[in-house]
Design a protein around this ligand. Structure first.
Ligand code: GLY
Length: 352
């Protein structure tokens, strides 16, 4: 193999597709961890609505958002399948215009009602982000896997990686419970599980989620993002998220988590209180101390890092794949992305 990617979530899959397009022999080793961030996400493409402060991370998110239409078009044309990509805009209703540091278009209450009838009476107005949107992250994952397979990417599935073995400043192999794998280059895309292999400060941040079935499709005209976010799929399913809990890998739907989610969702959009619950689930966001991802070179010359995308992994997938692809093609790591390098947190790293 030319490249072995450790981790089969959205970042690993997107990077595999990008690299396989240039004739590289690519493998993905994936442990089959439950509750990874990729299937748990809501798929919002929301640099504005997430209120990311102005600066380097917002620039990266905006750059990735701009790549989405062509990135999706290519994936859908290669497979003939939909990803549910929908640049539907995101509406952020607020109780006071002074709240937050929004850069959207201000809608007063009358305009808000025209944009989305039925919102809670507490809202004074809302911020409208017409260029934000959503993708169905589960469909997108299927499409990416399909494209990867078509391009000859080899999946080593249900193989839990035990360790990454170095000799000097090079990685020589990746050892799993079943086998060991060698490649010229390795890419770490292990998200919330990164600390099982490498001493990087990436921690799990649990999110509980649920889905409702609206009596009409779609449930809302666009994504609505208030104290809960409401993401309407085109088929009438409404994805509602999310809790944000610092509880390690403590899984499960809790009474308190579900209660808070439902309370916030009903407060935001009261009509949904009558809709049936279809599903509940949870996942672990990979968070870093500064909430920015860890991208780029590592202390080992043939190990590249792409992890810690926290709340924005679905959004950042296209730009992450492109950056890692450029870097493996011999381009220097861009200095404006130094804010993503691992050494902002530590002076050395240990393989565990
Ligand atoms: N991006 C939404 C979330 O992480 O909950």
């Amino acid at each position: 193999m030319d490249v072995l990617i450790i981790g089969g979530g959205i970042i690993g899959l997107s990077t595999a597709v990008e690299l396989a397009k240039t004739q590289r022999q690519v493998g993905i080793v994936e442990g089959g961890f439950p509750s990874t961030a990729t299937p748990a996400a809501a798929g919002m493409l929301a640099p504005g609505a997430e209120q990311i402060p102005a600066g380097a991370l917002l620039d990266l998110c905006q750059a990735s958002l701009q790549r989405y239409p062509t990135w999706i078009q290519d994936l859908e044309e290669r497979t003939g399948k939909t990803t549910g990509y929908w640049p539907c805009g995101i509406l952020v209703p607020v109780t006071s215009q002074a709240m937050g540091y929004h850069r959207g278009i201000w809608l007063n209450r009358g305009e808000l009602d025209r944009q989305q009838p039925g919102l809670g009476a507490q809202f004074q107005g809302g911020w409208w982000y017409p260029d934000n949107g959503q993708v169905d992250n589960r469909l997108l994952t299927q499409v990416l896997r399909h494209v990867a397979q078509t391009l000859g990417v080899h999946f080593f599935s249900q193989e839990t990686v035990v360790r990454i073995e170095p000799v000097g400043d090079r990685i020589t192999q990746v050892v799993t419970h079943q086998a060991s794998h060698q490649a010229a280059h390795y890419i770490l895309t292990t998200g919330a599980w990164t600390q099982k292999l490498l001493s990087l400060p990436v921690h799990p941040r649990k999110g509980q989620m649920l889905a409702l079935q609206a009596p009409h499709a779609p449930a809302l005209n666009q994504v609505v993002f208030a104290s809960a976010y409401l993401v309407p799929r085109r088929d009438g399913r409404l994805v509602v998220g999310a809790t944000n809990e610092d509880v390690g890998f403590q899984g499960g739907i809790t009474a308190g988590g579900l209660h808070s989610l439902l309370e916030r969702a009903i407060h935001t959009y009261p009509p949904l209180q009558d809709w049936p619950i279809l599903e509940t689930w949870w996942g672990y966001r990979p968070v870093t101390p500064d909430e920015c991802p860890i991208l780029g070179p590592s202390p080992w010359e043939n190990l590249t890092l792409a992890t810690g995308h926290y709340r924005n992994g679905i959004l950042l997938a296209p730009i992450t794949a492109e950056l890692i692809g450029n870097y493996l093609n011999g381009q220097p790591w861009p200095s404006e992305l130094d804010f993503c390098r691992w050494n902002r947190f530590a002076s050395s790293l240990e393989l565990l």
